[in-house]
Design a protein around this ligand. Structure first.
Ligand SMILES: N[C@@H](CCC(=O)N[C@@H](CS)C(=O)NCC(=O)O)C(=O)O
Length: 260
């Protein structure tokens, strides 16, 4: 049914049982699904089931952005959320949007009238402590991820393969950060997250060219745990994987043709 069904990177309309006329939000996110700031806002809208429309905008590395988009958002940064016609950029601020919408709803319904390896490891220890001291997999406990989990996930997802490839630094599978492992495993059971998640190869190579290449160290030999785990959720079999690769390749070819 139009606007319904599972989370997918090609969705253009999300209704969650609402009428299209009720939509107040448009999400402008990057067409390649690389951008970590876009991912967390996208995941937030999906987890909170906020009805919204999606506009895919190319990142600078793929050429100029459409004039109509720059007219609405002169800095050109992604993501942007348009709420009731007002353009809001800065993803942390956008994420507070959910609380604001919720606050608006409560106010209406219930009231009369949001350098280095050692310091990186030390910080990971702190993050891990915060997660192990929580009763469940999430930072704030509870059955579902909160705004705090969403704030971290799109960045940690990118740190895992990029630290591994560029620095030979293994964040997963080494038994050091059990809270982070538990938290990632909980995210990997969620279809919404898995639909927004990208793969190791993309995250190693998706550092925008204007940032320059990652600074590499000699790499440790590859092992079972240093490779991206194939999870049951996305292990659809060889044939389905071939179909998906062919569809995406064809789609990229068409996008390339239309922008040249
Ligand atoms: N502080 C901004 C950062 C957004 C940002 O840096 N977005 C990057 C993409 S990851 C961007 O739009 N770069 C311009 C481009 O490559 O088109 C936020 O939190 O939303």
């Amino acid at each position: 049914m139009r606007g319904e069904g599972p989370t997918h990177r090609e969705n253009k309309l999300r209704l969650f049982g609402h009428d299209e006329k009720e939509i107040r939000v448009v999400l402008y996110r990057d067409s390649a699904a690389w951008c970590p700031y876009c991912q967390k806002v996208w995941l937030l809208l999906e987890e909170k089931k906020i009805p919204y429309k999606i506009e895919l905008i190319n990142m600078r590395s793929y050429g100029d952005k459409p004039d109509w988009f720059l007219a609405k958002n002169p800095r050109g940064l992604l993501p942007v959320v348009e709420v009731d016609g007002k353009m809001i950029s800065e993803s942390v601020y956008i994420m507070q949007l959910e609380r604001r919408l919720f606050g608006d709803w409560c106010g209406f319904v219930f009231q009369p009238g949001s350098f280095g390896k050692s310091s990186f490891e030390a910080t990971l220890n702190l993050v891990d402590e915060a997660l192990t001291s929580s009763p469940g997999p999430w930072f704030l406990g509870g059955d579902n991820p909160s705004i705090v989990d969403l704030q971290y996930i799109s960045h940690i997802e990118r740190m895992i393969p990029s630290c591994l490839y560029w620095k030979g630094f293994q964040m997963r599978g080494n038994g050091k950060w059990k809270g982070i492992e538990r938290w990632l495993a909980a995210f990997e059971e969620r279809p919404t997250y898995m639909a927004t998640k990208s793969d190791y190869y993309t995250h190693v190579m998706d550092i925008p060219p204007q940032y320059g290449p990652g600074q590499s160290l000699p790499l440790a030999p590859l092992s079972e745990t240093s490779l991206e785990p194939v999870l049951p959720f996305n292990n659809l079999g060889e044939e389905a994987a071939r179909h998906e690769a062919a569809t995406v390749l064809l789609g990229n070819h068409q996008v390339g043709e239309s922008s040249s």
